[in-house]
Design a protein around this ligand. Structure first.
Ligand SMILES: C[S@@+](CC[C@H](N)C(=O)[O-])C[C@H]1O[C@@H](n2cnc3c(N)ncnc32)[C@H](O)[C@@H]1O
Length: 458
C-alpha cells in the first residue's frame, strides 16, 4: 500500500466522502490520510481543492460535485450556504439522524476502543421553527446607515443581514424586521464593531413554544440608561403582538460576550413561560433553558420514565441544574430532590417555581457543583441517582469522583458535547462504573450538534 503523506497529496483531488466529522464536515480517506470537506455528505464524489494540509489530515473545498450523494436535498433556506448555522440542511433529515448516530459512535470508539451501545437518535418533533433562543448581532451599513441584523459568516465577523430564518419561529423575523426598519427613526444607531461605536449591538429573543410570547432584550454599547433606546423598546412592545416584555442590557466592553452584567426591564414582563413535562417554567434574560423545548420535553420524559421504571421513589441530586428543570420534573416520582447550580438568577427562578407550585420535596442550592458534591460526599450523604447536565466542557474529575462517592445506583449524564462525554465516561468506567448505553436526541436539526443521555450503573 502506498503511504500517503502530506507532500504527495495533489492540490486538486477527486474523492468519495465516507462519513461526517464531529463538526459536520465530509471525511474522505486516502490510505489513512484524512481530508475534511465542508458542505459534503457520505456518498458524494467530489473534486476538491486542498486548502490547508497538516501531517495527518487536510482541509479541502468543493470545486465540483461529480456524483451527488442520494441523501442530498435542496436546502429549504436560501441562505444555508452563506450563513453557516445549518451545516447539514442539504442532507435529508432521516440521513442527518443516521450520520449523527455515527458521529457519536466514532467519538466513543476513539476513546474506548471497544463499542459502547449507541441507540438510534430520537428525532426532533419539529425540524423547522424549533429554535427558541435567538441572538442576532446588529450593525449598520456604512453609507446609508441602514440597520442590519443576522449571523456572522462562518469564521468571520462579517455580518449577513438575515430577513428570514426558517429554523426560528416566524414572528421572531417580524420582531427583528421591526428593529431594522424603525430603530434609526428613534436615533438608535447600529453598532460598528471595528470602531466600537454605535448603540445597538445585539438583539436577544427568548420565545415560548407554549404561548408564542417573546422576551426581547436590546443589548446596547453603553453602561447607562438611554432615553432613545427606552422609547424604542416601548414602540416595539406597543406595535407587535407576541411580545411579553422588552429589556435593555448594558454591555460597553470590547468583548465577544453578548450580554453585560446589568439588565433593566423597560416594559412588560422580564420572562416568558415554557413547559416541560407538565410543569411551567419562567425563563429570564440569562436563564439557561433548552433551545428546542419540544425535543427537550422528549429528553425530560425519557429520564422521568427511566427512573420511574427502574428506580421508583428514589432520592435524586440534579447537578448543573439551571432553573432545576430536571429536579422539578422528577419531583413527582422521587422521594426527594436536591439541585445545585452556580447562577443565582436561575436558582431564584427555581425557588419561586417551587413555591408557586407547592413542591415541597425539592431543595435548590446556589453553589459550584464540584464543591457542593464534595461537601455532601465527605459528610456521607447518599443519593440513589445523580443527574449531571454540565456545559460543553463537561465535568471535572473531582466532581465525577464525588458523584461516584455519593451515588448508590445510577448516574444519568446529559451532554451536549460527545467528546467531553466520551472523556468523562472513560473516567467513570476506569473507576469501576458500567456504561449501560447512550441515547442520543436531536435537539438541533440541520446542525452537527447532538444531545446525549448516558445511563451509568454503579
Ligand atoms: C447545560 S446547562 C443545563 C441546565 C439544566 N439541566 C436544564 O436542562 O435546563 C448547564 C448549567 O450548568 C451551570 N453551571 C456551569 N458550571 C457550573 C458549576 N461549576 N457549578 C454549578 N453550575 C454550573 C450553568 O449555569 C448552566 O445552567
Amino acid at each position: 500500500m502506498q503511504i500517503v503523506e502530506k507532500d504527495n497529496i495533489p492540490n486538486i483531488l477527486e474523492i468519495r466522502i465516507d462519513r461526517l466529522s464531529n463538526l459536520g464536515f465530509g471525511i474522505a480517506k486516502l490510505n489513512g490520510y484524512v481530508i475534511f470537506v465542508p458542505n459534503t455528505c457520505p456518498e458524494d464524489v467530489v473534486r476538491v481543492k486542498v486548502d490547508k494540509r497538516n501531517k495527518n489530515y487536510a482541509y479541502g473545498s468543493i470545486i465540483e460535485i461529480i456524483t451527488p450523494s442520494p441523501h442530498r436535498v435542496q436546502p429549504f433556506c436560501k441562505m444555508q450556504n452563506v450563513c453557516g448555522a445549518c451545516q447539514l440542511q442539504f442532507i435529508d433529515y432521516h440521513s442527518q439522524l443516521k450520520y449523527k448516530k455515527e458521529i457519536v459512535e466514532d467519538t466513543m470508539r476513539k476513546i474506548f476502543g471497544s463499542e459502547i451501545e449507541v441507540r438510534d437518535v430520537v428525532p426532533s418533533p419539529q425540524i423547522k421553527e424549533y429554535r427558541h433562543k435567538i441572538q442576532y448581532p446588529i450593525s449598520q451599513t456604512k453609507e446609508s446607515k441602514r440597520i442590519i441584523a443576522g449571523y456572522y459568516k462562518p469564521s468571520s465577523h462579517d455580518l449577513i443581514n438575515i430577513k428570514y430564518c426558517p429554523i426560528q419561529p416566524e414572528y421572531c423575523d417580524k420582531i427583528i424586521d421591526f428593529i431594522r426598519e424603525n430603530a434609526q427613526k428613534l436615533n438608535v444607531s447600529g453598532y460598528i464593531e471595528k470602531e466600537h461605536k454605535g448603540l445597538l449591538r445585539h438583539v436577544v429573543i427568548r420565545t415560548s413554544s407554549l404561548n408564542k410570547k417573546s422576551l426581547v432584550v436590546l443589548v446596547i454599547n453603553s453602561c447607562s440608561k438611554n432615553a432613545n433606546v427606552e422609547n424604542f423598546a416601548k414602540l416595539l412592545f406597543n406595535n407587535l403582538d407576541n411580545i411579553s416584555g422588552v429589556c435593555v442590557n448594558y454591555n460597553s466592553n470590547k468583548t465577544n460576550l453578548i450580554l453585560g452584567e446589568k439588565t433593566d426591564l423597560i416594559i412588560g414582563k422580564d420572562y416568558v413561560e415554557e413547559a416541560l413535562c407538565d410543569k411551567v417554567f419562567k425563563i429570564g434574560v440569562k436563564t439557561f433553558f433548552q433551545v428546542n423545548p419540544k425535543s427537550a420535553n422528549n429528553i425530560f420524559n425519557y429520564i422521568k420514565n427511566y427512573i420511574k421504571t427502574n428506580c421508583p421513589n428514589s432520592s435524586i441530586i440534579d447537578a448543573y441544574a439551571g432553573i432545576s428543570a430536571f429536579g422539578i420534573c422528577l419531583s413527582d416520582i422521587a422521594s426527594n430532590v436536591t439541585t445545585v447550580e452556580e447562577t443565582k438568577e436561575s436558582v431564584d427562578i427555581a425557588n419561586t417555581l417551587l413555591k408557586e407550585n407547592n413542591i415541597n420535596n425539592v431543595s435548590a442550592y446556589c453553589e459550584d457543583a464540584g464543591s457542593f458534591l464534595q461537601k455532601l460526599a465527605t459528610s456521607g450523604t447518599k443519593f440513589d441517582i445523580t443527574v449531571v447536565d454540565p456545559p460543553r466542557k463537561g465535568c471535572t474529575k473531582e466532581s465525577l469522583d464525588y458523584a461516584l462517592k455519593l451515588t448508590k445506583r445510577k448516574i444519568i449524564y446529559v451532554s451536549c458535547n460527545p467528546a467531553t462525554l466520551a472523556r468523562d465516561l472513560k473516567y467513570l468506567k476506569d473507576q469501576g462504573a458500567t456504561i449501560e448505553y447512550i441515547q442520543p436526541f436531536d435537539m438541533f436539526p440541520h446542525t452537527y450538534h447532538i444531545e446525549n443521555i448516558a445511563i451509568i450503573s454503579l
